[in-house]
Design a protein around this ligand. Structure first.
Ligand code: SF4
Length: 238
């Protein structure tokens, strides 16, 4: 089992100002006012100074992944992963964090009443954490390519406990196997991660077509992001 820990240069996960503004609910086409742009610029500078991106990844077999996916037996009856797991080629667990320092600064800004700067740094940090998870997925693809283990018809897709029918309690077994505590991520009693700006999950490898599914599962009714549509689009382009 290959397990790898890496500190990632913050320059590699630098969010764009457009994405930060989008995270604040300001659509691309609307020109933000000067005050908002100044808040976003300041948040981006703080991000560069305070973020400490770190990642752990670990390749596991399908037989090892299945009990982690099953978790505490609380997954939805029918999920996109049920089918994907059966058709996938390989699996890697991952966890990433941008560290506690930036999370503490977000908390401090809110506590001091600077809600505008706090909210801007919060969405900058969220965007940076997503970019970090994408960076780790890309590194895994590059590793597979180097080993001649990624055919041109194949790609990768990320899934996380707490989303798309995969119950958040599966974090327990994921953590027992991956041990992200080593990069400073811990799990609380509600299976939420600390630092808050962390992402854990599985990078699944397989033919591109196995990642294409409809967004009509029972739990999709409550989904506000519909992020699977973006992920499916991205799989086709990777
Ligand atoms: S609509 Fe939402 S809940 Fe449903 S599969 Fe897509 S991302 Fe998951």
């Amino acid at each position: 089992m290959m397990r790898k820990i890496a500190d990632i240069p913050v320059e590699k996960i630098n969010p764009s100002i457009e994405k930060v503004l989008k995270g604040q609910g300001i659509p691309d086409q609307v020109k933000a006012n000067k005050r908002t742009i100044d808040l976003a610029r300041k948040a981006l500078s703080s991000f560069m100074v305070l973020a400490r991106p770190s990642a752990v990844t670990m390749e596991i077999t399908g037989d090892q992944f299945k009990p982690i996916y099953a978790g505490e037996g609380l997954n939805a009856d029918d999920t996109p992963l049920d089918d994907i797991i059966e058709r996938a080629d390989s699996f890697a667990l991952f966890a990433v964090t941008i560290g506690e320092t930036i999370c503490a600064e977000i908390g401090r800004l809110f506590e001091s009443g600077d809600y505008a700067q706090g909210a801007m740094l919060d969405s900058t940090a969220s965007e940076g954490t997503e970019l970090l998870a994408n960076q780790v997925e890309q590194s895994h693809r590059e590793y597979l390519l180097k080993k001649n283990r990624l055919a041109s018809s194949h790609s990768t897709c990320q899934f996380s406990p707490g989303y798309c029918g995969w119950h958040v309690s599966a974090q327990k077994k994921l953590f027992q196997t991956l041990r992200p505590e080593e990069i400073g991520i811990s799990l609380n009693d509600s299976f939420l991660m600390e630092p808050l700006k962390s992402i854990s999950g599985a990078i699944i490898v397989g033919e591109r077509e196995i990642f294409v599914f409809e967004d009509d599962f029972e739990f999709c009714v409550e989904c506000r992001t519909r992020s699977c549509r973006d992920r499916i689009r991205a799989v086709k382009e990777k």
